[in-house]
Ligand binder design. Sequence first.
Ligand SMILES: [Ca+2]
Length: 522
Amino acid sequence: MKRKLDCSVVFLVIVGMSSIVGGAKDDRKNIVFVICDSMDGRLIGQGKDSIVDLPNLNYMVQNGVNFKNTYTNSPICCPSRSALWSGLHTHVTQSWNNYKGLPRNYPTWQVRLEQQGYHTQVYGKTDYVSGHHTESNRVEAWTRNVNFTLAQEGRPTPVLVGDSSTVRIQVKDWVSTDLASKWLLHDAPKQQKPWLLYLGLNLPHPYPTPSMGKNFGGSTFMTSPYWLEKVNSSKVTIPKWLPLSQMHPVDYYSSATKNCTSDFTRDDIMKIREYYYGMCAETDAMLGQVLDALKTSGQADSTYVFFTSDHGELAMEHRQFYKMSMYEASAHVPMVLTGPDVPAGKVVDDLTSLVDVFPTFMDIANASKPPGLNGTSLLPLLKDNTDRPDWVLSQYHGCNVNMSTYMLRTGSLKYVAFGDGPHQVSPQLFDLEEDPDELHNLAEDRPDLVSQLDKKLQELVDYPTVTREVQKYNRESFTAWKAKLGSRYKEEIANLRWWKDWQKDPQGNEENVEEWLNQLLS
Ligand SMILES: [Ca+2]
């Protein structure tokens, strides 16, 4: 019986042909990309001084390259991932907060790789598309300039579960890891095309805290004795804090909205930090399972492996948990690469950031890249080619911070400027070589450096203008949300994550919101 050739068969034949040139199999290299959520980049490559045993990351560092000065371009999930998937800075894509990322069907590196003959396989968390996260997340971001400071998160809390044999705590991540490993073992070897496998993990992001109410803040640091045994408690430090009265006003606002301005004992802080590191050990084990599957399936020699994170975790540094800050614990991320021709044990000091991933993938795939990407391929750094920007840019416009924040890292300096908004505040300047804990703001003493760095920053991003764009977006989005709720508005706003504080003075808070809405746009 003769069958009619349908369109999909024609399509498959054409796609199949594109991966076989002159009858030969496309031998471009494969890529495994593992991205976790909230890992402090400073944990990578600590060697004998490791706070926590991360055998699989250590294996990658020993057999590959550690890009040890890698930063997120925006320290929160969706904006960070939007930069990573688009190769563009946050102000370019206007991915301002956890609700506003990239539009669906955006031409990401995944689309680009598929178009140019790669098969891509995605498991787990991606989180770069607009329209997700809680209502609180977006309303808190929109109302950051309202004249109130309300606790939006639950108090950070350490929770120990199970016993010394409890391995799988973040079950959802293990399910994704199992699927990715299974694909590597059984499906990847059958691929005719080169492929990219993506695995997105939630760990070591803190877990939801049900007592916070319907929107569940993620303030629970949870691990088991099994993972705690991997933590070297003698290396865990208690971070130094400035007195509340000496904190930078934006940091104080963040600390207050993160429920961290009350008292914490040394034991509270120690536990939060130890449990966080335990969560990092569990993350490392997931990476290990993927590396094992790659090896067992015989594909390790033809595959690059990348490991990174969307942002870090403050774990009580600077009197904060979570991220949303330009301090190292929040903005500095891991970036480790192994693969064919990757030198073993190399450490790259150059400043790199997540927007560099897109051009690097294009480089590996020998694929053409779209014009105007903000990042630069990491591959030339494998050969000591350092002809690349000597700065990285990060910015933040989301919840828990009351001003748009812009960070320029260059040399040993970190300059942090705050948006041109209703509350003018002074910038921060840290020298990370002399002050790795970032406790000495040099901005006041070094106006010369501030002026030089601010000029450089404004060459990269016209930040007063960007801030006004964000303020306009915030006001318009809030107004539309309010109008849509109609008579339910009052009840809805009173019951967001800040409900405990809101209910202390509902009328006063309402008035502050109205006053903000009535301010004329500058
Ligand atoms: Ca995240």
